[in-house]
Structure formats: C-alpha cells, structure tokens
Design a protein around this ligand. Structure first.
Ligand code: MAN
Length: 374
C-alpha cells in the first residue's frame, strides 16, 4: 500500500498547454486532466430562447454507442441588466416566464449567487436542465444534435432539474436528479434505453431530498439507493441507504454517514455517482462541505453484503478545490461530482468546478482504498 505525497507551499505546475501557480497547495490524490476545464459555458449555444448559459455543473456520465457521454447540468438565465436581478421559472402552463427584482429592494436577499430570497420565498438565480455531449477520447466533447436536451416538466420541476446521476444497468439507464420548485426539493426518476425516448416516473424521494445514487446491480435481491434527506431540527444533511423491489417504492431507510464536527465535511454530505464494487466493499465517492461552503470529495467503503455497514471513511478529502478553476467561478471553492467511469483500477471522474466549468480527473481505486486504511 503506497501513500501519495502531500506537498505544501507555493509552486508552479507546468504542462504542455498551461502553467498554473498553486498557492499554499495541499496536493490531493486526484490527477487532474491537464486539458481542464474540459467545457465552459461559452462552448455551447443557449438552449432556451432569450437566455444565456451561466454555468455548467456536475454531469452524469455513461457509455453509449461506443462513446463516452456527459449529461451536463446547464444553468441559464437572461442577460442581467444593471440594478435588476432576473431569472427564469416555468409557469402553470409549462411556459418559461422571467421574474425580476430590483437589486435594492429591501425584501431581497441576494447574498448567495445560487439563490434569491424575496419576502420569505426562495427562488433559484438560474434554471437548470440536462444536455448531452459525447466524446471519443473522454476529453474533447461535442454536442449530439440528434439527442435533445431534457427539460424540467410539471409543477415539481418549475425551477428546473439538477445534478443527474446515471446508473447503467442490465435493463437500461436510470437517471436520478434533483427536482426543484417553490414547494419542494426532491429526487426524480427517468428511465431510457436509447437517450431519445424517456419514461418519467415522477418524484421517488420526497422533500427535502437530493444526491440520489442508485446501485447498478441488486444486492441480496433488492435495488439499493443512496440518498440525502435533510432534517434541520434534529439530525442534518446526511447520507442514507434505502431498498426497493422496483426502484419506485423505497423503504427500510437507514442513515449511514453523518457530518463530522470540526471536519472538512462538517456541514453537509451527499453521495456522488453509483457505488463501485471492489473486492473490499462498495466504494462510494461523496461530497462534503464545511460551513464556508467549501466542497471537497471523500470516500466511503461499504460492506459488500450489507452496505448499511460502513467499513471505512476518508479522514482527509481525496480531492479538494485547489486548482484556480476550482477556487474561482460562479460559486468558488467547489469540486462536486456525480459521474464517473471505471476501467480496472482507474476511476475517470468528471466533476463541476466552482459551479461553472466541467473538469476531469483520474483516481486509482487501490490508492483510495489505501488512503482509507491510513
Ligand atoms: C449543492 C448543489 C450542487 C452544487 C453545490 C455547490 O449541493 O446545488 O449542484 O454544486 O451545492 O454549490
């Protein structure tokens, strides 16, 4: 078991195309692609009339038709005018409507770039939907015009859909994503075989819930999911496990990972993509944030036969926002993943950096398992 080097201080990393100065960098065990960021908002045209793309976030990842695909979360809003904050929502007829507030209105709280508070009601500053891009090499992605975007639909998705995990299973692809509206943040389910025809199953985990990652195979005859209910009065933002006979009806819920005081994951934790089967257990890469909203990634190792048993958990993050594109952007100091591909020991992880650009990194399963033992 070899352990990676931890380096501290200021230094310069050079590669073929870029030179980055990392200040007080504590290197983690993720090997970032030197082509990062792989995708930025100016790379695609807006998909909603009258809007512009503000951010790309947290893609689902899968293989299909011999290629690597990302299901991007694309966040859009109108071009912002001086003194006014405007953002789109779906109205009752399913049409996009723009709401605007005067920046100086005393009832307005715009302290978080992601959320608008107005007179006791919260809105999102952007509307998210899902868009498909594909690649032969996993680095250079292009849009596939024959595969249309997936937009929010109906009252429970009036503020959009976000952070879609893609579970690749023996019976097709299962998409779990956050449905957002004025009444709820919950988890929706969609199934597809071909990325052209979609069966929508509505909300499978009611509010407040998000970060739902389905296991890609049954365990002891049951479908399993990690999910993240929030319990603000008693409890917190913790990772739970649930089981189901059909992926629609979920029960036997149990909490498997809480936040840890004085730690990098003290404020919230949530599952990333589908757990990875290893000889030592199910390996789950999850995100954790502190009270400064600094998002890092860590790992959980769950028992193969009883994944409600946590065998090990990262003391230190396996990935932290240290690169410039991870520290500065729409919402800085964020690395957030909900998609990866596994090739032998290698995890090819795709992630949203600073809630603005899409990046990639490689991690070794053996190295993560080793870090869990240290
Ligand atoms: C929440 C979600 C994510 C986002 C992080 C960081 O967990 O909205 O999509 O990346 O916050 O802002």
């Amino acid at each position: 078991c070899t352990f990676s080097v931890v380096v501290q201080g200021s230094f310069v990393i050079r590669n073929k195309n870029n030179t980055y100065l990392f200040n007080n960098l504590k290197m983690d065990i993720a090997k970032r692609f030197h082509q990062n960021p792989l995708l930025k908002p100016s790379d695609l045209q807006s998909g909603i009339e009258g809007m512009e793309i503000t951010c790309f976030l947290n893609p689902g990842v899968f293989r299909f038709d011999g290629k690597i695909w990302l299901l991007l979360r694309v966040a859009e809003r109108p071009v912002q005018k001086q003194g006014v904050i405007s953002f789109p929502v779906y109205n009752k007829d399913g049409k996009i409507e723009v709401l605007s507030f005067d920046e100086n209105d005393p009832k307005l709280d715009a302290s978080d770039p992601r959320v608008i508070g107005y007179a006791g009601q919260n809105y999102l500053t952007t509307m998210s939907y899902l868009r498909l891009v594909s690649s032969e090499d996993g680095i250079h992605f292009k849009e596939e015009p024959d595969y249309p975007p997936i937009f929010g639909k109906g009252a429970l998705e009036a503020f959009g859909i976000e952070d879609c995990r893609v579970a690749t299973t023996a019976d097709g692809y299962y998409l779990t994503f956050t449905e957002v509206s004025s009444v709820a943040v919950g988890v929706g389910l969609i199934h597809t075989y071909d990325w052209k025809n979609y069966a929508r199953y509505g909300m499978i985990f009611p509010p407040h819930n998000k970060d739902c990652a389905l296991f890609e195979e049954k365990v002891n005859g049951k479908y399993l999911a990690l999910h993240r209910p929030s319990s603000p009065e008693l409890g917190g933002n913790y990772i739970w496990l649930a089981e189901s006979p059909d992926r629609l009806h979920w029960g036997n819920h149990c909490c498997i990972a809480t936040t840890r005081p004085d730690s990098w994951d003290c404020a919230r934790v949530g599952a990333g993509a589908a757990p990875i089967r290893t000889e030592e257990g199910w390996l789950e890469i999850y995100h954790g944030a502190d009270y400064q909203n600094r998002y890092c990634l860590g790992a959980l190792l769950l028992d193969l036969n009883d994944p409600s048993k946590v065998i090990a958990r990262s003391k230190e993050p396996i990935m932290e926002p240290v690169a410039p594109y991870e520290q500065t952007g729409f919402f800085g100091n964020v690395v957030f993943t909900n998609g990866h591909l596994v090739e032998g020991d290698k995890i090819r992880l795709y992630y949203g950096a600073s809630d603005e650009v899409i990046c990639g990194a490689e991690l070794s399963i053996a190295e993560i398992l080793c870090s869990l033992k240290s």
